[in-house]
Design a protein around this ligand. Structure first.
Ligand code: G1P
Length: 308
């Protein structure tokens, strides 16, 4: 008989990347700290983890990430100044980020890829399944993707990834999955049979792309230790998941996927970052009404594109 599946309580969030796509903004500021409306992108991700019940958060950090650490810590001087002014509204906003979860840090000395970043969490995670959340992907708080992935992991064991359908020409930006129908009645839960990291569109197994939410069996750590550098000379999480997909359930293998059709905001790319900011700002209760009315006027005043 298989051992009972352990509960998931921990999330690992790799944040050691250099953020070169946003230079010069990210020369001295971590890309995760760039604001989306008025909150750093990374705070949305931590709020998502906590909302799904994962209060133990491990950041895998690197050099120049101290502002991220400060963001989730107390800011005594700022609090004292706001208290003195009686500005309870802003005080509450400042305090919000430091009461989120139980936050831990580990450093990824060498940037040797996402698989290596996850492996840096091995000691902290131990022998239980855990979530990995990438800071570039924001999932709308009304779409309960992570909760669904946790539920699938608890039901079927093994590991769970999230997939979206992308334009076939774009699969080379993502890990790409081959799938077959899943074991249950839900048509958005499938079984992963193969994975390729950033394939050429001409030999991609499908147009289903991995997005930055994973729930992983701890067997991934041993697999990662034996995974050689792959695409880009980096240790790829996708390669380790491919190995797990071919392993038996008794040894922690098996990979399911949720095909996500909800709202995802990609803040890792400049154009998508702008789209995310506009979409989220226009949906805000406080800023939305005024912003939307300005936006309508602004769009109406735009000159047509050349050739339109
Ligand atoms: C990483 C993964 C890739 C995945 C992507 C999702 O790539 O390696 O498999 O599809 O995240 O955002 P990166 O975007 O870090 O290059």
């Amino acid at each position: 008989m298989n051992a009972p599946i352990k509960a998931v309580t921990k999330a690992v969030i790799p944040v050691a990347g250099l953020g070169t796509r946003f230079l010069p903004a990210t020369k001295a500021t971590p890309k995760e700290m760039l604001p989306v409306v008025d909150k750093p992108a990374i705070q949305y991700v931590v709020e998502e983890a906590v909302a799904a019940g994962l209060e133990d958060i491990l950041f895998v950090t690197g050099r120049n990430k101290s502002s991220l650490e400060n963001h989730f810590d107390r800011a005594w001087e700022l609090e004292a100044a706001l208290e003195q002014k009686g500005d309870d509204f802003r005080l509450e906003r400042v305090r919000k980020s430091q009461v989120l979860g139980d936050i831990h840090y580990v450093r990824q000395g060498d940037p040797r890829g996402l698989g290596h970043a996850v492996l840096c969490g091995a000691m902290h995670v131990g022998d239980q399944p855990f979530a990995v959340m990438l800071g570039d992907d924001l999932i709308d708080h009304r779409d309960l993707l992570l909760a669904q992935m946790l539920d699938i992991q608890q039901r079927y064991g093994g590991s769970v990834v999230a997939l979206i359908e992308v334009d076939p020409a774009q699969v080379n930006l993502y890990g790409c999955a081959a799938i077959r129908p899943g074991p249950g009645p839900e048509d958005d839960v499938v079984e992963v049979t193969d994975l390729v990291e950033k394939p050429d569109p001409s030999d991609a197994p499908s147009n289903l792309a991995i997005i930055g939410r994973y729930v992983l069996h701890p067997a991934v750590f041993d697999v990662l230790r034996q995974t050689p550098p792959g695409r880009g000379g980096e240790i790829q999480l996708t390669d380790a998941l491919k190995t797990l997909a071919g392993m038996s359930p008794e040894s922690g293998g098996g990979v399911h996927a949720v095909v996500f059709r909800g709202r995802r905001y990609d803040t890792g790319d400049r154009l998508d970052y702008l789209r995310s900011t506009v979409r989220l700002a226009s949906e805000r209760k406080d800023l939305g009404p005024e912003f939307r009315s300005w936006l309508r006027e602004f769009v109406g005043s735009l000159p047509p594109e050349d050739g339109a």
